[in-house]
Design a protein around this ligand. Sequence first.
Ligand code: GRF
Length: 201
Amino acid sequence: MKIVVFVSGRGSNLRAILDSRELKGKIEVKAVFSDRENCKAFRIAENNSINTYTLGENPGQTGYKNLSHVLNQLNIELIVLAGFLKLIPDEIVKKYKNKIINLHPALLPSFSGKGMYGIHVHEAVFNSSVKVSGATVHFVDSTYDTGKIIVQKCVDISDVNSPEEIAQRVLKVEHQLLPFVIGKFADKKIEVINNRVVILE
Ligand code: GRF
């Protein structure tokens, strides 16, 4: 299965995808896109001989227009947002319905929406005093964090002392969950049945 990965920063989830043993031979990362020039994740892509593309700051810019063209040319079957902070343009969301997934570092629909990314999420989680957090992989629609949920995994945070500690625990889960979901897509084991996303055995 041909995929592309969208990133905005560090790229540890991109690395988890590239290093995943269960994905070896199942997927091919054809390109990595970012809204930011020179983000750290680009180094990971380059070290793996994967082409990188910098998009503009706004979906209206030329970079985003070229995006559709590049995705077409590469015959992409799944678009993975792994720490990508911008909205995907409507035109692409429509064209790739149920073929764009995002990773969110909390249990949706809580702690979501514009501005809820990275450490901001974990600060809100910490300050709310919830005892469980986790990671969510969901389909992408045209607003932040509202698409149907594909899979979630919880972590106990009842004993944490800081948002950073939550981030660490959740990141470990993210690194398992995203490759797992991508593998299920490659195996064609993800379907929408009765308005719910189902992972088939
Ligand atoms: C992750 O926590 C991801 O869930 C969030 O942004 C972070 C990206 O981390 N949306 P990385 O760039 O994959 O290391």
